[in-house]
Design a protein around this ligand. Structure first.
Ligand SMILES: Cc1ncc(COP(=O)(O)O)c(C=O)c1O
Ligand SMILES: N[C@@H](CCOP(=O)(O)O)C(=O)O
Length: 463
């Protein structure tokens, strides 16, 4: 399996190189040269298997010879061993034909653990074999960062630097990043918003001297390995509701577009997905784009679903690449326009392709709060605000004979203030999170200045 850049100018790589490279050298994102297809028989055979067995079968065609079957099985087993639910990604029913896919049973209580625990194991295995070390830089609006620090803490072959927008993540998210004691992980509180953090990561990758000096690697959904791991739960949930005989639809709370793009990959692999619905909060650039055909950046407005406070949605580039018939030159031009003028019009042909694949909706702050309250009353489920955005948008899609699965992307206890304001109940952290509120914090405040960030990383890295 080979991987190509969405901007068409970077070297073609195999899976392991793609995983360790992160952003392509032309600024694009790597995607598989072709998408492997699973037959109806292959999909039906997933029924009754464990999550780990399903993960092996779904991901195996993408990894080429990066790992032997035995190594890959062991990596998957280690990745999910720390999850707090035997099913890993259980489904619960919310109402007639509406299901919630609980993706928050991993160690940091968000869906990011599914991919991050896996790529942590894959990095460790590949780097040990190669005798190499890397410096990971990541941008987070709260969940990617905590999941990355958890997955990579204490590993000898990596230093990890996670930038989060100062004052714009929840206390639980911040503490998950600032309390681990291992010397190889660092939380950097940046003066700016998530888009500034993500732009800084991409600028570091574009600074080839720095990139090569510190051997930069990425764990945001820039990294194809992240998207790949997230494909699995689209299969596991659909199969448990009767796929491939029965179609399903998904609503995905969306920010950086990685999770819903994983759903698109599952569909391309043969999973019968009828609708893929993008659910946004008030930072609704994706919903506006699908409605108007113009991708136009506005400022990021802080919300009660802070992990989705994003305006420059990284993986939308992968969706554009597909919608423009895999024309890397056209995508590069759009990305230049975005950088220069803060937006671009999507061509008529491409927007029609996108609208064919993705539906969309938006939930306001008041609607999000009201959904948390109503769902508690109706179903007894306490939703996190991101999940509530998804549930609200899913309900607006209207009932159909096809089951709708909304992704529950985080545990309510990560956002206790928003949940308490909506319901009067302050959701407690699971026991296994222990003394998070008592542990001392370690964080470095940093200006949104590339030179300063790079100097700090040079100084703090140990490899
Ligand atoms: C809890 C939560 N929900 C939804 C999202 C949006 O996911 P994506 O960025 O893959 O669109 C995020 C952040 O990525 C998140 O942390
Ligand atoms: N919501 C994310 C933003 C980064 O997304 P990623 O999937 O590209 O890592 C977060 O919680 O940090």
């Amino acid at each position: 399996m080979k991987y190509v850049s969405t901007r068409g100018q970077a070297p073609v790589l195999n899976f392991e190189e793609t995983m360790l490279t992160g952003l392509a050298r032309d600024g694009g994102l790597y995607v598989p040269e072709s998408i492997p297809v699973m037959s109806a028989g292959d999909i039906a055979a997933l029924a009754g298997l464990t999550y780990e067995e399903q993960a092996f079968r779904v991901m195996r065609p993408f990894i080429g010879d990066a790992f032997t079957d035995a190594e890959f099985e062991a990596i998957i087993a280690r990745a999910y061993a720390s999850f707090g639910h035997d099913a890993r990604a259980p489904l619960v029913q919310l109402g007639p034909n509406h299901f919630l896919l609980e993706l928050f049973h991993g160690p940091t209580l968000a869906f990011k653990d599914f991919a991050m625990q896996l790529i942590g194991q894959m990095f460790e295995s590949a780097l040990t074999r190669r005798g190499e070390k890397v410096t990971i830089v990541g941008a987070t609006s709260g969940d990617t960062g905590s999941a990355a620090i958890e997955a990579f803490r204490g590993l000898d072959a990596v230093d990890v630097f996670i930038m989060y927008p100062h004052g714009r993540v929840s206390e639980v998210q911040r503490r998950q990043m600032t309390t681990p004691v291992e010397a190889n992980v660092h939380a950097l509180a940046l003066d700016g918003d998530f888009d500034d953090c993500q732009a800084a990561v991409k600028d570091m990758f574009a600074d080839f001297a720095f990139r090569d000096e510190v051997r930069l690697a990425a764990v945001n959904s820039i990294n194809w390995g992240r998207v790949l791991a997230q494909v699995v739960y689209f299969f596991s949930s659909a199969v448990s509701l009767g796929a491939p005989k029965r179609s399903v639809s998904f609503t995905v709370p969306t920010g950086n577009f990685g999770d819903i793009f994983a759903g698109y990959i599952a569909k391309r692999m043969g999973l019968p997905i009828e609708r893929l619905v993008v659910a946004t909060n008030q930072n609704d650039i994706l919903h506006r784009t699908l409605e108007s055909g113009a991708y136009t950046k506005e400022g990021v407005t802080p919300s009660i679903s802070p992990s989705m406070d994003i305006q420059v949605s990284s993986n939308f580039e992968r969706a554009l690449f597909e919608a423009y018939g895999r024309d890397g030159g056209a995508v590069a031009q759009l990305m230049d326009e975005l950088k220069a003028s803060g937006g671009f019009p999507v061509s008529q042909g491409a927007i029609e392709v996108l609208r064919d694949i993705y539906a969309s909706g938006r939930a306001s702050e008041a609607e999000t709060s009201a959904t948390i309250a109503t769902m508690l009353e109706r179903t007894g489920e306490i939703l996190c605000p991101h999940t509530a955005v998804g549930v609200k948008v899913a309900e607006e899609q209207g009932l159909s004979a096809v089951p709708m699965i909304t992704l529950a992307t985080a545990h309510a206890a990560k956002f206790p203030d928003a949940v308490e304001a909506a319901t009067g109940i302050r959701p407690p952290l699971p026991n296994r999170m222990g003394d998070l509120y008592q542990r001392p914090e370690r964080v470095t405040r940093v200006k949104n200045d590339l030179g300063e960030i790079e100097a700090l990383i040079r100084k703090m890295r140990k490899t």
